[in-house]
Design a binder for this molecule. Structure first.
Ligand code: ADP
Length: 311
Protein backbone atom coordinates (compact mmCIF):
# COMPACT_ATOMS: atom_id res chain seq x y z
CA UNK A 1 0.00 0.00 0.00
CA UNK A 2 1.56 3.32 -0.96
CA UNK A 3 1.42 6.28 1.41
CA UNK A 4 -0.31 9.47 0.31
CA UNK A 5 1.95 12.43 -0.64
CA UNK A 6 3.71 14.47 0.60
CA UNK A 7 6.18 12.23 2.39
CA UNK A 8 7.81 13.01 5.74
CA UNK A 9 10.21 10.08 5.38
CA UNK A 10 11.29 8.38 2.21
CA UNK A 11 14.00 5.73 1.97
CA UNK A 12 15.29 3.88 -1.05
CA UNK A 13 17.59 0.87 -0.77
CA UNK A 14 18.63 1.99 2.73
CA UNK A 15 21.23 -0.44 4.05
CA UNK A 16 23.52 -0.77 7.04
CA UNK A 17 26.24 -3.32 7.57
CA UNK A 18 28.25 -3.96 10.76
CA UNK A 19 31.24 -6.09 9.78
CA UNK A 20 29.71 -9.34 8.52
CA UNK A 21 26.23 -8.53 9.83
CA UNK A 22 23.73 -6.92 7.48
CA UNK A 23 21.50 -5.15 10.02
CA UNK A 24 19.25 -3.48 7.42
CA UNK A 25 18.91 -4.82 3.85
CA UNK A 26 17.91 -2.20 1.27
CA UNK A 27 14.84 -0.67 2.91
CA UNK A 28 12.18 1.10 0.79
CA UNK A 29 9.80 3.03 3.00
CA UNK A 30 7.48 6.01 2.61
CA UNK A 31 5.83 7.71 5.58
CA UNK A 32 3.27 10.45 4.93
CA UNK A 33 3.22 13.75 6.77
CA UNK A 34 1.19 13.60 9.99
CA UNK A 35 1.16 9.82 10.05
CA UNK A 36 1.79 7.75 13.17
CA UNK A 37 4.00 5.05 11.74
CA UNK A 38 5.09 1.98 13.71
CA UNK A 39 8.12 -0.12 13.01
CA UNK A 40 7.37 -3.55 14.44
CA UNK A 41 9.76 -6.45 14.84
CA UNK A 42 11.54 -8.68 17.36
CA UNK A 43 14.90 -7.84 18.96
CA UNK A 44 17.63 -7.76 16.36
CA UNK A 45 15.25 -6.99 13.47
CA UNK A 46 17.11 -3.77 12.61
CA UNK A 47 14.68 -1.23 14.07
CA UNK A 48 17.18 0.77 16.14
CA UNK A 49 19.69 0.76 13.30
CA UNK A 50 17.03 2.19 10.96
CA UNK A 51 15.93 4.89 13.40
CA UNK A 52 19.59 5.80 14.01
CA UNK A 53 20.16 6.25 10.27
CA UNK A 54 16.97 8.29 9.84
CA UNK A 55 17.92 10.54 12.75
CA UNK A 56 21.48 11.03 11.36
CA UNK A 57 23.22 9.24 14.25
CA UNK A 58 24.50 6.48 11.97
CA UNK A 59 25.64 6.74 8.37
CA UNK A 60 23.93 4.38 5.92
CA UNK A 61 26.26 1.88 4.22
CA UNK A 62 24.23 2.33 1.02
CA UNK A 63 20.95 3.73 -0.25
CA UNK A 64 19.22 7.04 0.48
CA UNK A 65 16.92 8.49 3.09
CA UNK A 66 15.13 11.80 3.08
CA UNK A 67 13.58 13.06 6.32
CA UNK A 68 11.41 16.20 6.52
CA UNK A 69 12.61 17.16 3.05
CA UNK A 70 16.38 16.79 3.60
CA UNK A 71 18.79 13.99 2.76
CA UNK A 72 20.28 12.37 5.91
CA UNK A 73 23.72 11.88 4.37
CA UNK A 74 24.07 15.20 2.53
CA UNK A 75 22.20 17.61 4.83
CA UNK A 76 22.35 16.04 8.31
CA UNK A 77 22.26 19.43 10.12
CA UNK A 78 19.07 20.34 8.29
CA UNK A 79 17.51 16.99 9.23
CA UNK A 80 18.53 17.44 12.90
CA UNK A 81 16.82 20.83 13.06
CA UNK A 82 13.60 19.32 11.75
CA UNK A 83 13.38 16.20 13.92
CA UNK A 84 12.95 15.31 17.59
CA UNK A 85 14.27 12.05 19.02
CA UNK A 86 13.32 10.09 22.14
CA UNK A 87 15.86 7.38 22.78
CA UNK A 88 15.29 3.95 24.26
CA UNK A 89 17.49 4.74 27.28
CA UNK A 90 16.49 7.73 29.45
CA UNK A 91 18.60 10.79 28.64
CA UNK A 92 16.98 13.54 30.73
CA UNK A 93 19.31 15.05 33.33
CA UNK A 94 18.03 13.73 36.68
CA UNK A 95 19.67 16.50 38.71
CA UNK A 96 17.88 19.23 36.79
CA UNK A 97 14.20 20.07 37.05
CA UNK A 98 11.77 19.21 34.25
CA UNK A 99 11.64 22.86 33.28
CA UNK A 100 15.45 23.17 33.15
CA UNK A 101 15.74 20.08 30.95
CA UNK A 102 13.41 21.69 28.42
CA UNK A 103 15.07 25.09 28.77
CA UNK A 104 18.65 23.93 28.03
CA UNK A 105 17.57 21.73 25.15
CA UNK A 106 15.67 24.58 23.52
CA UNK A 107 18.44 27.13 24.05
CA UNK A 108 20.87 24.70 22.38
CA UNK A 109 18.50 24.73 19.44
CA UNK A 110 18.78 28.52 19.30
CA UNK A 111 15.29 29.37 20.57
CA UNK A 112 14.76 32.72 22.26
CA UNK A 113 13.97 32.93 26.02
CA UNK A 114 10.48 34.07 25.21
CA UNK A 115 9.81 31.28 22.75
CA UNK A 116 11.21 28.76 25.23
CA UNK A 117 8.90 29.98 27.98
CA UNK A 118 5.69 29.73 26.01
CA UNK A 119 6.58 26.45 24.29
CA UNK A 120 7.73 24.80 27.56
CA UNK A 121 4.59 25.91 29.36
CA UNK A 122 2.29 24.50 26.70
CA UNK A 123 4.20 21.20 26.37
CA UNK A 124 4.47 20.63 30.14
CA UNK A 125 0.75 21.25 30.29
CA UNK A 126 0.02 18.90 27.42
CA UNK A 127 2.17 16.13 28.92
CA UNK A 128 0.47 16.49 32.32
CA UNK A 129 3.67 17.65 34.03
CA UNK A 130 2.93 21.32 34.78
CA UNK A 131 2.62 20.81 38.54
CA UNK A 132 5.96 18.94 38.75
CA UNK A 133 8.00 21.11 36.41
CA UNK A 134 10.12 22.58 39.25
CA UNK A 135 10.99 19.20 40.78
CA UNK A 136 14.23 17.38 39.88
CA UNK A 137 13.66 14.73 37.20
CA UNK A 138 15.24 12.17 39.55
CA UNK A 139 12.01 12.33 41.58
CA UNK A 140 9.77 11.55 38.55
CA UNK A 141 8.22 8.13 37.89
CA UNK A 142 9.35 6.26 34.75
CA UNK A 143 6.23 7.35 32.86
CA UNK A 144 6.69 10.99 33.83
CA UNK A 145 10.31 10.91 32.67
CA UNK A 146 9.26 9.47 29.32
CA UNK A 147 6.59 12.16 28.91
CA UNK A 148 9.17 14.81 29.75
CA UNK A 149 11.49 13.37 27.10
CA UNK A 150 8.67 13.58 24.55
CA UNK A 151 8.07 17.23 25.59
CA UNK A 152 11.78 17.97 25.28
CA UNK A 153 11.96 16.39 21.83
CA UNK A 154 9.06 18.62 20.73
CA UNK A 155 10.47 21.92 22.10
CA UNK A 156 12.00 23.11 18.83
CA UNK A 157 8.80 22.24 16.91
CA UNK A 158 10.14 19.33 14.85
CA UNK A 159 8.23 18.04 11.86
CA UNK A 160 9.11 14.42 12.57
CA UNK A 161 9.30 12.82 16.02
CA UNK A 162 11.29 9.59 16.36
CA UNK A 163 10.63 7.35 19.35
CA UNK A 164 12.72 4.23 19.90
CA UNK A 165 10.68 1.74 21.97
CA UNK A 166 8.84 4.59 23.74
CA UNK A 167 7.16 2.52 26.44
CA UNK A 168 9.61 -0.29 27.11
CA UNK A 169 10.07 -0.74 30.85
CA UNK A 170 6.92 1.21 31.76
CA UNK A 171 3.99 -0.22 33.70
CA UNK A 172 0.70 -0.61 31.77
CA UNK A 173 -0.83 2.56 33.22
CA UNK A 174 2.19 4.69 32.28
CA UNK A 175 2.25 3.12 28.81
CA UNK A 176 -1.39 4.07 28.33
CA UNK A 177 -0.65 7.65 29.45
CA UNK A 178 2.27 8.03 27.04
CA UNK A 179 0.02 6.77 24.25
CA UNK A 180 -2.78 9.11 25.17
CA UNK A 181 -0.31 12.00 24.80
CA UNK A 182 0.92 10.71 21.45
CA UNK A 183 -2.68 10.59 20.20
CA UNK A 184 -3.27 14.16 21.39
CA UNK A 185 -0.14 15.19 19.55
CA UNK A 186 -1.52 13.71 16.37
CA UNK A 187 -4.80 15.60 16.78
CA UNK A 188 -3.27 18.99 17.61
CA UNK A 189 -0.23 19.20 15.35
CA UNK A 190 0.79 17.76 12.05
CA UNK A 191 3.83 16.09 13.62
CA UNK A 192 4.79 12.84 11.96
CA UNK A 193 5.51 10.17 14.56
CA UNK A 194 7.83 7.30 13.69
CA UNK A 195 8.27 4.73 16.44
CA UNK A 196 9.84 1.36 16.87
CA UNK A 197 8.22 -1.27 19.00
CA UNK A 198 8.12 -4.96 19.71
CA UNK A 199 4.75 -4.62 21.45
CA UNK A 200 1.83 -5.70 19.28
CA UNK A 201 -0.62 -3.59 21.31
CA UNK A 202 1.49 -0.52 20.60
CA UNK A 203 1.57 -1.24 16.88
CA UNK A 204 -2.24 -1.40 16.88
CA UNK A 205 -2.25 2.30 17.84
CA UNK A 206 -0.43 3.34 14.67
CA UNK A 207 -1.99 4.56 11.41
CA UNK A 208 0.32 2.28 9.47
CA UNK A 209 2.97 -0.21 10.40
CA UNK A 210 5.94 -1.84 8.76
CA UNK A 211 6.81 -5.35 9.91
CA UNK A 212 10.56 -5.94 10.01
CA UNK A 213 12.39 -9.24 10.42
CA UNK A 214 16.13 -9.96 10.05
CA UNK A 215 16.70 -6.50 8.57
CA UNK A 216 14.02 -6.86 5.90
CA UNK A 217 10.58 -5.37 5.51
CA UNK A 218 8.17 -8.28 5.34
CA UNK A 219 4.86 -6.35 5.21
CA UNK A 220 3.46 -2.85 5.54
CA UNK A 221 0.03 -1.26 5.69
CA UNK A 222 -2.65 -0.26 8.18
CA UNK A 223 -3.02 -2.77 11.04
CA UNK A 224 -6.52 -3.52 9.71
CA UNK A 225 -5.37 -4.09 6.12
CA UNK A 226 -2.51 -6.34 7.22
CA UNK A 227 -4.88 -8.46 9.29
CA UNK A 228 -7.51 -8.61 6.55
CA UNK A 229 -4.89 -9.62 3.99
CA UNK A 230 -4.29 -12.87 5.88
CA UNK A 231 -7.96 -13.54 5.44
CA UNK A 232 -8.33 -16.40 7.84
CA UNK A 233 -9.85 -16.73 11.31
CA UNK A 234 -7.99 -18.74 13.91
CA UNK A 235 -9.69 -21.55 15.81
CA UNK A 236 -7.88 -22.28 19.08
CA UNK A 237 -8.45 -25.70 20.58
CA UNK A 238 -7.33 -27.17 23.87
CA UNK A 239 -7.24 -30.93 23.71
CA UNK A 240 -5.95 -34.03 25.49
CA UNK A 241 -3.51 -34.75 22.66
CA UNK A 242 -2.43 -31.82 20.50
CA UNK A 243 -0.15 -33.77 18.12
CA UNK A 244 -2.88 -36.26 17.23
CA UNK A 245 -5.47 -33.49 16.94
CA UNK A 246 -3.32 -31.63 14.42
CA UNK A 247 -2.79 -34.81 12.42
CA UNK A 248 -6.50 -35.65 12.26
CA UNK A 249 -7.50 -32.08 11.36
CA UNK A 250 -4.99 -32.04 8.52
CA UNK A 251 -5.90 -35.51 7.25
CA UNK A 252 -9.64 -35.37 7.63
CA UNK A 253 -10.37 -31.73 6.74
CA UNK A 254 -7.24 -30.65 4.90
CA UNK A 255 -7.02 -27.57 7.12
CA UNK A 256 -3.92 -25.62 8.11
CA UNK A 257 -3.37 -26.76 11.73
CA UNK A 258 -0.37 -26.55 14.06
CA UNK A 259 0.55 -27.03 17.70
CA UNK A 260 1.50 -23.96 19.73
CA UNK A 261 2.46 -23.56 23.41
CA UNK A 262 -1.19 -22.54 23.96
CA UNK A 263 -2.80 -25.55 22.28
CA UNK A 264 -3.82 -26.24 18.68
CA UNK A 265 -4.23 -23.40 16.20
CA UNK A 266 -6.31 -23.92 13.04
CA UNK A 267 -6.34 -21.24 10.37
CA UNK A 268 -9.43 -21.17 8.19
CA UNK A 269 -11.98 -18.82 6.66
CA UNK A 270 -15.23 -18.69 8.63
CA UNK A 271 -13.82 -20.29 11.78
CA UNK A 272 -17.11 -20.30 13.70
CA UNK A 273 -18.71 -22.56 11.08
CA UNK A 274 -15.95 -25.15 11.57
CA UNK A 275 -16.27 -25.42 15.35
CA UNK A 276 -19.19 -27.91 15.47
CA UNK A 277 -17.64 -30.08 12.75
CA UNK A 278 -14.26 -30.19 14.46
CA UNK A 279 -15.79 -30.98 17.83
CA UNK A 280 -18.00 -33.70 16.37
CA UNK A 281 -15.16 -35.50 14.62
CA UNK A 282 -12.20 -35.17 16.95
CA UNK A 283 -11.66 -38.06 19.32
CA UNK A 284 -8.82 -36.44 21.27
CA UNK A 285 -10.89 -34.79 24.00
CA UNK A 286 -11.50 -31.14 23.12
CA UNK A 287 -11.66 -29.19 26.41
CA UNK A 288 -12.08 -25.65 25.06
CA UNK A 289 -12.60 -23.83 21.77
CA UNK A 290 -12.24 -20.16 20.84
CA UNK A 291 -12.39 -18.39 17.48
CA UNK A 292 -10.46 -15.16 16.92
CA UNK A 293 -10.04 -12.79 14.03
CA UNK A 294 -6.41 -12.49 12.89
CA UNK A 295 -4.16 -10.46 15.22
CA UNK A 296 -0.96 -8.61 14.38
CA UNK A 297 0.88 -11.58 15.83
CA UNK A 298 -0.86 -13.75 13.23
CA UNK A 299 0.33 -11.26 10.61
CA UNK A 300 3.88 -11.64 11.90
CA UNK A 301 3.55 -15.42 12.02
CA UNK A 302 2.15 -15.48 8.50
CA UNK A 303 5.06 -13.49 7.08
CA UNK A 304 7.93 -14.93 9.12
CA UNK A 305 6.82 -18.35 10.31
CA UNK A 306 7.44 -17.25 13.92
CA UNK A 307 5.38 -15.61 16.65
CA UNK A 308 6.38 -12.30 18.23
CA UNK A 309 4.79 -13.40 21.50
CA UNK A 310 6.47 -16.81 21.63
CA UNK A 311 9.60 -16.40 19.50
P1 ADP B 1 16.46 -3.99 16.89
O1 ADP B 1 16.48 -2.54 17.22
O2 ADP B 1 15.35 -4.38 16.00
O3 ADP B 1 16.54 -4.85 18.12
P2 ADP B 1 19.16 -3.55 15.92
O4 ADP B 1 19.08 -2.51 14.87
O5 ADP B 1 19.64 -3.12 17.29
O6 ADP B 1 17.78 -4.32 16.03
O7 ADP B 1 20.16 -4.71 15.43
C1 ADP B 1 20.09 -5.31 14.15
C2 ADP B 1 21.26 -6.26 13.96
O8 ADP B 1 22.48 -5.53 13.94
C3 ADP B 1 21.41 -7.28 15.08
O9 ADP B 1 21.87 -8.48 14.51
C4 ADP B 1 22.46 -6.67 15.98
O10 ADP B 1 23.17 -7.67 16.68
C5 ADP B 1 23.35 -5.96 14.97
N1 ADP B 1 24.00 -4.77 15.54
C6 ADP B 1 23.35 -3.67 16.04
N2 ADP B 1 24.26 -2.74 16.45
C7 ADP B 1 25.49 -3.26 16.21
C8 ADP B 1 26.82 -2.79 16.41
N3 ADP B 1 27.07 -1.58 16.92
N4 ADP B 1 27.84 -3.60 16.03
C9 ADP B 1 27.60 -4.81 15.49
N5 ADP B 1 26.36 -5.33 15.25
C10 ADP B 1 25.31 -4.56 15.62
Amino acid sequence: MSAPEPAAIRTRGLRRVYGDTVAVHGLDLTVAEGEKFGFLGPNGAGKSTTISMLSTLLRPSAGRAEVAGADVAHRPDEVRRRIGVVFQEPTADRELTGWQNLYFHARLHGMSQREVRSQARSLLDMMGLADRSDAPVGTYSGGMQRRLEVARALMHRPRVLFLDEPTTGLDPQSRAQVWQKLHELGRQDAVTVFLTTHYLEEAENCDRIAVMDHGRLVAQGTPQALKSAIGADVVHLRTGDDENTVRSIRERFGLDAETTPDGVRVRTADGARWVPRLCAHLTTGVTSVAVTRPSLDDVFLHHTGRSLRNP
